[in-house]
Design a protein around this ligand. Structure first.
Ligand code: PGA
Length: 250
């Protein structure tokens, strides 16, 4: 297949793997996953494990570490929070913003997502902006409108000065074993690409798919021209399983 395409393969560990488990993971995963010219690997460990992840991957320019969440202020009286600058100092180069668990379990608004995206970019982190509809929104025929609203709100400040990626993660497919069909995902990815062109102009933004990506469905998703990579939750927790997914780049 085309050697010009490049894929982003991202693992979001959520609240799994502390510093010791992170070091052991990288030891196994990096041996199973040698550098490859058409893929970039992103790992999002828990915040406390960022230094361990950054240290374990320091010899690999194809591997970058990201933070799962951050506060938009750079410092202050915000007990329990971590700023983008702190995450960067601890080794993060990317930041997830707007993940559906942040939106739905922790009540984060479109406006807070925008603030986080801008704070990430201001600190030099590359945001991965997550968008996606709930099952009720899909059944009501509102999936594309919801995703367009999330994109418009988060990018109201214009194109970030850093790299940007978008992850389409239908909420009903996250951790459920349900995956959007490659056709449904591709259709939404086309809608997202069109909206990103409208909001930001022509420069291409990679759009990843997330939601129950597994070793046995990754290849079919990654073969689609509209799908520039995957954001993997559950199946990224085991190094062998995530390594299999990374091998699925066409
Ligand atoms: P999942 O999670 O792969 O376990 O469905 C994806 C995500 O939440 O990023």
């Amino acid at each position: 297949m085309s050697s010009e395409r490049s894929w982003l393969l991202a693992g979001n560990w959520k609240m799994h793997h502390g510093p010791a488990a992170t070091a052991a993971y990288f030891n196994a995963f990096l041996r199973l996953t040698p550098p490859h010219p058409s893929r970039e690997l992103l790992l999002f460990p828990p915040t406390l494990a960022l230094p361990a992840a950054a240290q374990a991957s320091s010899a690999r320019s194809d591997v970058a570490i990201g933070v799962q969440n951050l506060h938009w202020e750079s410092q202050g009286a915000f007990t329990g929070e971590v700023s983008a600058h702190m995450a960067r100092e601890a080794g993060a180069r990317w930041a997830l913003v707007g993940h559906s668990e942040r939106r739905h379990l922790f009540g984060e608004s479109d406006e807070e997502t925008r603030l986080k995206l801008e704070a990430a970019a201001e600190a030099g982190l590359h945001p991965v902006l997550c968008v996606g509809e709930t099952i009720a929104e899909r059944r009501a025929g509102e999936a594309e409108a919801v995703v367009r609203r999330q994109l418009t709100a988060a990018l109201a400040g214009g194109r970030p000065s850093t790299r940007l990626a978008v992850a389409y993660e239908p909420v009903w497919a996250i951790g459920t074993g349900e995956t959007a069909t490659p056709d449904d995902a591709a259709q939404m990815h086309r809608a997202i690409a069109a909206e990103l062109r409208r909001l930001l102009g022509e420069a291409r933004v990679p759009v990843l798919y997330g939601g129950s990506v597994k070793p046995d469905n990754a290849r079919e998703l990654l073969q689609r021209p509209e799908i520039d990579g995957v954001l993997v939750g559950g199946a990224s927790l085991d190094p062998a399983s995530f390594a299999e997914i990374c091998k699925a780049v066409p």
